[in-house]
Design a protein. Structure first.
Length: 426
């Protein structure tokens, strides 16, 4: 699942609490990111593919900049840092240079492989020693890549243990949280943080995902915070007192991911014996999204609509514009032409015509005339079809009725224009 998680109210910065006996001596500050997908091909974007890859790289650098600016203690990367295990050396060197900047600011970084950069025999983490390339020495903990053989690391300088169970295969043999609670319970570290790449189990939605965990497993883990990757939309919540979050992709991997572009700034603290996890979204991606509805009654012509939408042009904006309402007979829109005209002004633009022609106003011509018979016959059939439509669109037969009613409304509009002596392009 690449687009996001369960639907619901958009997540907001929150403070979540859990009681535990340990008494931490200091606050822990974390930047949590995932699903950077460096090196993605973007075959669907054509000429824009290279530009989007550059945006993803820039978002990763912006994440590092934010970590340094905020003076965090730890950066967590919850899988799919790379889009695949087949990457040129320069991509790995790019990541190593960014991690070296973090290490230079005494900020630890911990990475867990995902499902795109899975830790199999061809893993990019086997081919390259990312820790050494980032300048981290074997005996320090400034850069850590977790593996199936090393699924946890105790960062003594910040008294934090990071647990990141992962597998040598893309499809997990079992939940990575299955045996975690016992390990967490015996940890001597003040802070206990999880790092997992996988989906929260949702029956009927995530059944085919390669790695899944349940809310019950999260709640029973005993972690202070669980950093998740795999869903590209930022969201967070709590399960039995355990705070968890998906940071989402720091830059949209596909241009329909309007909850991407963020990282999580996490603060772990304690007050009067209660563990406090503060989760705040921070924007690092450049791509922005806008949904716009236009009343067809306010659109005089196709050129006028193009001119109107072009005024808001922005090369970082994905525009989804819909024309709705009842349109005048003279308004003729060709959405392919509109999108082509606006393409240079936006990162991506989609225009949908959801407007409908009006039924006939005023007194109808006599039923004995061609015009009168035509209008009456079509409007009677339209009324019959629209009475059978399903507002939810869940019934296939009702959906067909709605589509046929829309076609007949357009036929009625064209017929009125022809009967009035207008030339109509068919």
């Amino acid at each position: 699942m690449r687009l996001g998680g369960p639907t619901g109210e958009p997540p907001r910065p929150c403070v979540l609490m859990e009681t535990r006996e340990a008494s931490p001596e200091r606050m822990l500050r974390i930047i949590h990111t995932a699903d950077v997908h460096l090196g993605a091909r973007h075959d669907d974007l054509g000429e824009q593919a290279a530009a989007q890859r550059a945006r993803q790289a820039a978002a990763f650098i912006a994440t590092v900049d934010l970590a340094i600016e905020e003076k965090v203690d730890l950066v967590l990367i919850a899988g799919d840092l790379f889009d695949s295990n087949v990457q040129p050396r320069r991509s790995v060197e790019f990541v190593a240079a960014a991690l070296k900047r973090l290490a230079g600011s005494k900020i630890r970084s911990v990475i867990v492989p995902g499902t795109h950069d899975v830790y199999d025999r061809a893993s990019i983490y086997r081919a390259y020693d990312l820790k050494a390339m980032a300048g981290s020495k074997p005996d320090d903990d400034l850069v850590t890549v977790l593996t199936p053989a090393t699924p946890r690391v105790h960062l003594e300088a910040i008294d934090t243990e990071v647990f990141g169970p992962c597998f040598p295969t893309k499809r997990a043999p079992h939940s990575p949280l299955r045996d975690l609670a016992d390990d967490v319970a015996t940890s001597a570290a003040t802070w206990r943080v999880g790092l997992i790449h996988g989906s929260i189990s949702i029956p009927g939605k995530t059944d085919r995902d390669e790695v899944t965990v349940t809310l019950e497993e999260i709640g029973g883990s005993g972690l202070d915070y669980l950093a998740l990757g795999h869903w590209h939309s930022a969201q967070h919540g709590r399960a039995s007192g355990v705070t968890y979050a998906y940071s989402g992709a720091p830059e949209a991997v596909a241009l329909d991911q309007d909850r991407a572009g963020k990282v999580m700034l996490v603060e772990l603290d304690e007050d009067a014996g209660k563990r406090i996890a503060t989760v705040e979204e921070r924007q690092v991606g450049r791509t922005r999204f806008q949904k716009l509805e236009l009343d067809a009654a306010t659109v005089s012509s196709q050129p006028a609509l193009i001119e109107r939408l072009a005024l808001g042009g922005d090369p970082d904006l994905v525009l989804d514009a819909r024309v709705v309402g009842v349109r005048p007979d003279e308004l003729d829109l060709q959405v392919d032409e509109i999108e082509a005209a606006l393409a240079p002004a936006y990162l991506k633009v989609r225009v949908r015509d959801r407007s409908m022609p009006a039924l006939t106003d005023g007194t109808l011509p006599s039923a004995d005339t061609v015009a009168g018979a035509f209008i009456r016959d079509l409007e009677a059939r339209i009324a019959e079809l629209e009475a059978a439509t399903d507002p939810d669109g869940s019934d296939a037969g009702a959906a067909r009725s709605a589509a046929e009613a829309a076609e007949l409304r357009d036929a009625l509009r064209l017929g009125r224009l022809l009967l009035a002596g207008h030339e109509v392009a068919l």
